[in-house]
Structure formats: structure tokens, C-alpha cells
Design a protein around this ligand. Structure first.
Ligand code: AMP
Ligand code: MN
Ligand code: ZN
Length: 899
């Protein structure tokens, strides 16, 4: 057993040294007996595979091994081979300058000691490999000092690097910088409204509601006045709104509900959309104008054009790797005659004006696979869609087999879609032509596809509108989706833990939880995706290995994420803290164990101050379990089974109802005690002397509903809604019921009246609000005139933190200070220019400069070469621009429609 373990480890060791050799030496004679590095590597790998196989074939521990051990020949052979392996490993370690007393260890603790030694050596070696690879890829700290006139050696490690070979005269590191994603200027820095990564639920951004049938709830409409409430300036915006709403006792549902729910519920597609459609062939690309929209003026003009269309196609491009919540980078719109590409990074704060056309129920908006688009529109721009036709939903109804846009384009337009830019970094500006063309293709053919699909649906539905209606219904369901921000709770890590198959012991699990917490904090603070800060597999590796040294943490990561490098000491402390836990084995999926660790952890989390209770989940509040034991089962469900949990809660309610009614009935009887028989009176007295065993299940004023689930934090969730309903129930249920009956009667009478009133009110309110939008148009014209003299770039330059005159103008007159222009004192968690990287002491200043976003701003130079580089390369820096976070990050949980 020991021998086989060591053999396997030895094999691993060998492979590492092979890798190391490859990256350090490119001179051929170093590999004596091999013509080049490739053949050496091939031979090395062959040997490693053979060794691994052989070690796997050794007799297994238990009976088999013990049986073999009883033969002295076998025993002797094992010992000599083991000795040889240890010698070999010692030599490798010595070569790398590690401690290597592999052979003279105490026999009893020997194996454990050796294993630790081996792990440490592996860490050191891998770190060396990392440094050398970094150096080779130009991220090196020390450039070799060479005599004048001598070219630095060309260290070729990957294809994109090779491309730069022709440019060898140029400074090597400069060419790299252009290719790396981290050198793209962070668009967030230019946003007027700072990104709100606070651990608070998402509050709709909308503040004016065009095409309203029901007015916008006051809490949203008045949100722009937030800045006039100095008492709320030190809390995150969402929280400020929430506090304000509580203060004014407005309905909190209003604050989180879908602003266009009513309008969507009322919506039915026009008659002519359900009848046999006519096609309109798409215009050839070459004959179609394509506008790149970057100014408010152009956006207003586009909105006017759209207002005169009966349908237009929309698509979005998104970036999720270098942002916590994700960024919508581009919006493509195609009418029957023209294509438009909107720079939504530039126009982020102005995009809301498109609500005029996007929520106009007489204009069809065609999307393909709009699920995520609908969420991104809400999250970034406060945009909603009424009257959507989703070609992905239609494709599903038609059973086309494949539902991707790529497939539809081939099928209906005979166009081969080129999907190589799907995962490109859409933040790049100026946008390379190839990417522009790609983006344009995504909507250019969509209206024709829409025509064709409607015709097929009509035919498949036997010339009846039923199937078309289903398509519109399904699309409407997509519109009703609400963006939900990822909320961190003490239990968040468990979803990811459950997904990874390996069981972790108490120490490992503690490390995992601490790292998960650290990662969430850093990601929100630095506005990076959790995948950028610390990818899941690295986090799991660190938790499993629990490295003793900071270097070991580095060794678990390849490539090392910049923020891990920066905060390695911090991480090391977390790992140490985990190592101090008593060591117990745990099993994955054991909920009891998880609950136990959940309770333990509260006090030990160094990331939260003693007064910060935000991380304490309700499940940890003592006694809350007993109040509603039925709901405890919620712990077993994962986050996105919200509906099921909702059902579960509902399932409980009949019990409540029954119990309540029984007691209630009985008490009514009591009043008529005189009329009861003697036996009944006796039984009544007996009943009175007992406490009702079901009391704990009954609604009462004191009942604290226990929700052991994330959903309980999310006011937009079903559970939240239901818990509210429950609260209502528990508050004088009986009275309510009686009153409600009466009220219902009255309501029925008033309903018709009210509906018309509401509509009028909505129209009036929007008129007032619309003044601002009208103003936008007028101001846009003025601004355009103003801008003629000025350089276009003025705005960009002056943006971060600076007050620009423009937003002021487009605000309604009654607004004293627009919400966009939060004063410097406002909550600004992500002002990058103020990022304090010095906090993470212990790193060389040179290094921290490398990752300072403010520094990157000095290198905004982009060229078309970038895009080419994006095509095939697979370097860590720019490989995955779209980061798919785990289930727990709900905002990112999408089933990507294949293109
Ligand atoms: P599309 O709907 O194809 O235009 O895609 C819109 C955005 O979704 C892209 O810009 C990507 O950021 C993201 N996306 C699309 N497909 C995928 C995928 N398979 N994996 C990750 N991200 C994707
Ligand atoms: Mn899309
Ligand atoms: Zn697209």
C-alpha cells in the first residue's frame, strides 16, 4: 500500500519535473538523447503513464496485499523498489532546493511525515513552474538584463505568443498587455451610477413608466428623491429605498414586484398577429445601413424610428468575467430596413428611454432566447418588454430538434452563423469590425425568421391561432421574469459543496466555507466575478490540501488569480484557522452535519465585525425552529427550487385553516354552553383544562415564521410572498376573513370604476414623468448643438466622479438632485480610483501596480489585432470572458440558448 502510494506520488513528481524542465530550458542539448523538448516531454509522459499503471496494478490493500506480503520475495522486492523511489524523489527535491530527508524518517510517523514533505515540495516546485510560466508569458517581474544589442531569447509557450514573433522588435511585455483582458479599461469606472454590489435584494431601476395601465408604485417613482434624504446617505441604495418605504409604511411588495406585471397580465397579441402572416424578406447585409449608436442624441433618434415600426428585433451582448453582477456591453436592434448597434457601456444611464417602445404593446419585439436578456435589461437599464416574440420559444413549439439561432439562420435564411465571438470580451472599444459584424448578424435576420416561424406555427396549428397564442404566452412568461441579485448568506457555500462530489472533513469544510466567504466579499468589493477572484476548482483544491505555507496556496492555483496573489497572507490565515478545527470526517449530503457546522461558525468569522449581524441567517436565531417545524425541510432544497418550497408552505396552510376553524367553531359553541348536553359540557371542560397540542401549528400574533432558506431574504420570491400572506393570516385571521368578504363585495362593485380611474391616474402620472423624457429629447438636441464645438471625448474624460451637466438636464423639473448624480458622500462601494490596494501589504509594489485598474486606464490602446487574438487563443487572461458562476449565484444561472 505504502509502496503503491509512493509510486504514484513519485510518478506525479516526475511529471512535474518534466513540465518544469520544459519551461526552463529551450536549448536542445540539455535534453541529452532527445532531439528537442517535445520528444523529451513525450518520453517523460510515456514513462509517467507506465509508472502510474504499474502502481495501480499493485496488489490492493486488505487481504490481497497482506497475502502477498507473506511471501518474503514480494516483501523484499517492495522494499528495494520503495527505497529506489524514495532516493529518486529525494534527488528531485534536492534539485529543486527543497528539504529532502525522505529516507531517514521514523518508521511509525514516517509515512505521514514523508507525505507532508512531498506536498510541501510539490508546492515549491509548482510555484516555480508558475513563476517561470509567468515569465515566459511576459508577466514576469524581472526582465533579464541583457547586454546592449542582444535580443532577448524568444520563449515560445503558446500560439498567441507566437503571432507576436514578427513584432519581436517591439517591447515584448507591451504586446502581451494588449492581448490581456485585464488591460481593457474597466467600463465600470465610467458609469455615472456606481454598481451596487451590496448584499441587498435588487430594487427595480425604473423611475418613470411609459405605457402604464397602472401607475408606478410611489416607492419607485420617488426614488430619484433619494438624495434629498440625507439620513439615508450612508446605506446602500437598495437599503435606503427599503428603509424609506418602511418609514412611510408603503407596501414592500410594490418595491420588489415586476413593474409591468399588470400590463403583461392584460396583454394579448393583436388579432392580425394570430392570423396567417406574410413574409418580408430580409435586406442583404450590404444594402443595409448599420448605425453604431454612442450618443444620447442618436439613441433618441433611434427610439423615434422604433416608435414607427410594428416590430423590431433585439439582442444583447454581455460580459461577466470582470464584473460581479455582469455588464451588458452591446444592444443590437434591427428594423426591416436598418441595423443599429448601441454602445450600452457608453449609454448605460440613458438606455431607459427605450422603455417607450419596449413596453409599447402595439410593437412586437423579437428576441432569440430572451431569458437572460430580460434580466440584463432590468438589471442594467431598468428596461422591460411588453409584447415579446421569442424565436427560441417558437422553435421549441415547432420541435425543430435544435433551437439555436444558428440553426434557425441556417434553416430559414441559409446563412452560416459564425459563433466564434460569442464568448469574446464585449467590453473592447473601439469594437473590432469582426465583432461588430458578428453582433449585427444576431438580429439582422431575426425579423424574417419571425415571419417564417409564425407561418409554420400557423400551419402546424391547422390554420388556427392556438399554437401562435402559445408562442406569445411563453414569450410573455419570459417577460415576467425578474432579475434576482445573488445574495450571500451563511449557507451559500453549501450549494457548491454539495455539487462537488468529494466529502471534506471538518477542517477542509471550514476552509471551504471561509474561502467562499472571503471570495464573495472580495468579488463584491472589487467588482469582479467570483470566478475571476478564485475559481471553484482552485478553492476546492486549497480546501482539500490545507497548505501549511502561503506558498502552498499559490501552488494550488494555476494560473494564480491576481487577487489570490495579493491576499495570499489573508488566505493563509483562513486556512490556518481551518486547520485549528477538531478533525472529524464528514459526509457530503449529510444535512445534520452541515447544520452543526453552520451553528459553530458564527463567532469565528473574521470577515465580519462583532457588530455586523448581516451574515447571521435567521436559521441561526435561537428557537426559531420550534415555531414552524414544518418549514424546516426547506433546508434540503436548493435555491432554485423556490417554487417547490413555496408549494410546501402552501401545503401547510390547509392544516392551519382546518385547525383554526375547529377551534373557532368550538368557541362559538361555547357561547351557547347552556344548550349543550351534560356530556358535551363535560368534554368542553376537559378540553379547556388541556393545552391544545396543535397550538404550535396555529397562527398567532407571536408566531415567528422560520424560513431556513435564502429565498426568505428575497422579497421577490414566492416564499417571501407566502410568508407575508402567512403573517397576514396570523394577524386576526377570523376578523380579516369576515371583513374581506364584505370588502370583496364592495370591491366587485368598485372594480370597474377603479380600473378606469387607475388608468387615468397612470396616464396622468406618466405624463408628468414623461416631461422628463420629452425634456431628454429637447435637451438631446441642445446637447447635440452644444457638442458640435466640443470634442466628443469630453464626456468620457470627465466622467468618473465628476458632475456632468447632461444628466441634470434630462431630469424632471421637480427633481432637486437626480439620483444618478450621487454626491461624493453617497454609498460608493466601487470607486476603483479609490481602491486601496495597500491594504494587502506584503506584496511588492510593482506587482500591485500591475493589477491596479486605475493604472490600466493609461493603456486604453486597442487594435483590431485584439479581436484576432481572441479567435483561437486559450490563454488564461482572455479565454473565458463569460464566466458561468455556480448555482448559488442566481443572477448568472442561465441555460444558454445555443446559437
Ligand atoms: P447571444 O444571445 O448568443 O447573443 O449571447 C449573449 C451573451 O450571452 C453573450 O455575449 C455571452 O456573454 C453570453 N453567452 C451566450 N452563450 C453563452 C455560453 N454558451 N456560455 C457562456 N456565455 C454565453
Ligand atoms: Mn441573445
Ligand atoms: Zn448576441
Amino acid at each position: 500500500m505504502a509502496a503503491s502510494r509512493e509510486a504514484a506520488v513519485g510518478a506525479k513528481e516526475e511529471s512535474i519535473s518534466v513540465e518544469n524542465d520544459e519551461s526552463t530550458r529551450e536549448i536542445t542539448e540539455v535534453f541529452s538523447g532527445f532531439k528537442d523538448a517535445d520528444s523529451f516531454v513525450k518520453y517523460g509522459l510515456g514513462t509517467v503513464v507506465a509508472a502510474t499503471k504499474a502502481s495501480a496494478n499493485l496488489p490492493q490493500s486488505g487481504d490481497e496485499h497482506d497475502f502477498y506480503r507473506s511471501f518474503p520475495g514480494f516483501q523484499g522486492f517492495c522494499e528495494t523498489q520503495g527505497e529506489r523511489l524514495l532516493q529518486c524523489m529525494s534527488r528531485v527535491m534536492q534539485y529543486h532546493g527543497c528539504r529532502s530527508h525522505m529516507r531517514d524518517r521514523n518508521k511509525v510517523t514516517g509515512l505521514e511525515d514523508r507525505f507532508d514533505l512531498l506536498v510541501d515540495s510539490n508546492d515549491v516546485i509548482l510555484e516555480n513552474v508558475g513563476i517561470l510560466l509567468d515569465e515566459a508569458s511576459g508577466v514576469n517581474r524581472k526582465q533579464p538584463i541583457l547586454p546592449a544589442g542582444v535580443q532577448p531569447p524568444k520563449t515560445i509557450v503558446s500560439s498567441w505568443n507566437r503571432k507576436c514573433g514578427a513584432l519581436s522588435k517591439r517591447n515584448q511585455s507591451e504586446t502581451f498587455r494588449l492581448l490581456h483582458a485585464k488591460n481593457i479599461q474597466r467600463p465600470q469606472m465610467k458609469f455615472r451610477e456606481k454598481v451596487d454590489n451590496a448584499n441587498t435584494p435588487f430594487v427595480p431601476k425604473i423611475f418613470a413608466k411609459p405605457n402604464a395601465l397602472k401607475p408606478l408604485p410611489a416607492v419607485l417613482a420617488n426614488r430619484k428623491l433619494r438624495d434629498a434624504r440625507p439620513e439615508d446617505l450612508d446605506v446602500p441604495p437598495a437599503l435606503a429605498d427599503f428603509i424609506h418605504q418602511q418609514r412611510n409604511q408603503q407596501q414592500e411588495q410594490d418595491m420588489f414586484s415586476h413593474p409591468y406585471k399588470y400590463e403583461l397580465d392584460q396583454f394579448t397579441p393583436d388579432e392580425k398577429l394570430l392570423s396567417k402572416p406574410e413574409y418580408m424578406m430580409y435586406k442583404p447585409l450590404q444594402e443595409t445601413n448599420c448605425h453604431f449608436v454612442t450618443t444620447l442624441e442618436e439613441l433618441v433618434e433611434l427610439n423615434e424610428k422604433l416608435a414607427h415600426c410594428s416590430e423590431f428585433a433585439v439582442d444583447l451582448e454581455h460580459h461577466s468575467y470582470r464584473s460581479f453582477l455582469g455588464l451588458t456591453c452591446l444592444m443590437q436592434i434591427s428594423t426591416r430596413d436598418e441595423d443599429f448597434i448601441i454602445d450600452t457601456l457608453e449609454l448605460r444611464s440613458e438606455m431607459y428611454i427605450l422603455n417607450e417602445t419596449f413596453t409599447d404593446s402595439s410593437i412586437v419585439k423579437v428576441f432569440h432566447g430572451a431569458d437572460s436578456d430580460i434580466e440584463w435589461l432590468q438589471r442594467d437599464f431598468g428596461l422591460y418588454v411588453v409584447n415579446l416574440f421569442d424565436t427560441h420559444q417558437a422553435a421549441r413549439l415547432l420541435n425543430l430538434g435544435r433551437n439555436s439561432l444558428e440553426h434557425l439562420m441556417k434553416l430559414f435564411c441559409n446563412v452560416e452563423a459564425d459563433k466564434q465571438y460569442q464568448l469574446a470580451d464585449w467590453r473592447i472599444r473601439p469594437l473590432p469590425e469582426e465583432m461588430l459584424n458578428y453582433a449585427r448578424d444576431d438580429t439582422h435576420y431575426l425579423l424574417y425568421i419571425y415571419d417564417k416561424m409564425r407561418a409554420e406555427l400557423y400551419e402546424k396549428g391547422n390554420a388556427l391561432p392556438a399554437l401562435l397564442q402559445v408562442a406569445w404566452q411563453k414569450s410573455k412568461d419570459v417577460c415576467l421574469k425578474k432579475y434576482i441579485k445573488p445574495i450571500f448568506t451563511d449557507d451559500s457555500y453549501q450549494d457548491l459543496y454539495r455539487k462537488q462530489k468529494k466529502p471534506l472533513d471538518t477542517q477542509q469544510l471550514t476552509a471551504f466555507r471561509l474561502l467562499y466567504t472571503w471570495r464573495d466579499q472580495i468579488s463584491r468589493q472589487e467588482d469582479e466575478s467570483t470566478g475571476y477572484v478564485l475559481p471553484n476548482h482552485m478553492m476546492i483544491k486549497i480546501s482539500e490540501e490545507l497548505p501549511k505555507e502561503p506558498q502552498g496556496i499559490i501552488a494550488c492555483c494555476n494560473p494564480v488569480p491576481p487577487l489570490v496573489r495579493q491576499q495570499v497572507n489573508e488566505l493563509h490565515l483562513l486556512v490556518q484557522q481551518a486547520r485549528e478545527m477538531p478533525l472529524l470526517k464528514t459526509e457530503v449530503q449529510t444535512t445534520e452535519k452541515k447544520a452543526a457546522t453552520t451553528l459553530k461558525r458564527k463567532s469565528e468569522n473574521p470577515l465580519f465585525g462583532p457588530h455586523d449581524s448581516s451574515h447571521i441567517s435567521e436559521s441561526e436565531i435561537p428557537n426559531s425552529h420550534s415555531s414552524a417545524p414544518l418549514l424546516k425541510r426547506g433546508k434540503l432544497f436548493s435555491e432554485d427550487e423556490e417554487m417547490e418550497e413555496g408549494k410546501e408552505v402552501q401545503d401547510c396552510s390547509p392544516l392551519i385553516a382546518r385547525a383554526t376553524i375547529t377551534i373557532f367553531d368550538f368557541e362559538l359553541d361555547v357561547k351557547e354552553e347552556n344548550h349543550l348536553t351534560v356530556a358535551q359540557q363535560k368534554s368542553h371542560r376537559i378540553m379547556q383544562s388541556f393545552e391544545n397540542p396543535f397550538r404550535m401549528y396555529l397562527p398567532s400574533k407571536e408566531t415567528n415564521i422560520h424560513m431556513s432558506h435564502n429565498a426568505k431574504y428575497d422579497p421577490s420570491s414566492k416564499v417571501y410572498e407566502i410568508s407575508n400572506r402567512w403573517k397576514l393570516l396570523s394577524q386576526e385571521l377570523q376578523q380579516k376573513e369576515a371583513k374581506e368578504k364584505e370588502a370583496a363585495k364592495k370591491k366587485a362593485k368598485e372594480a370597474a370604476q377603479k380600473a378606469t380611474d387607475e388608468r387615468k391616474k397612470a396616464q396622468e402620472e406618466y405624463k408628468t414623468a414623461a416631461q422628463s423624457i420629452v425634456t431628454v429629447r429637447q435637451q438631446a438636441a441642445i446637447a447635440a448643438a452644444d457638442q458640435k464645438g466640443k470634442k466628443k471625448k469630453d464626456r468620457t474624460v470627465s466622467e468618473p466622479g465628476a458632475e456632468t451637466p447632461k444628466p441634470e438636464k434630462k431630469r424632471p423639473k421637480h427633481t432637486e438632485q437626480p439620483a444618478d448624480q450621487a454626491p461624493a458622500t453617497d454609498f460608493q462601494p466601487f470607486d476603483y480610483s479609490k481602491s486601496d490596494f495597500k491594504v494587502f501589504a506584503g506584496r511588492k509594489s510593482k506587482e500591485s501596480l500591475q493589477f491596479d485598474p486605475a493604472k490600466q486606464a493609461q493603456e486604453p490602446k486597442q487594435s483590431k489585432k485584439n479581436s484576432k487574438a481572441h479567435k483561437n487563443n486559450s490563454t488564461p487572461g482572455n479565454k473565458s470572458m463569460s464566466y458561468l458562476a455556480g448555482k448559488s449565484e442566481r443572477g448568472f444561472k442561465h441555460n444558454w440558448p445555443k446559437r
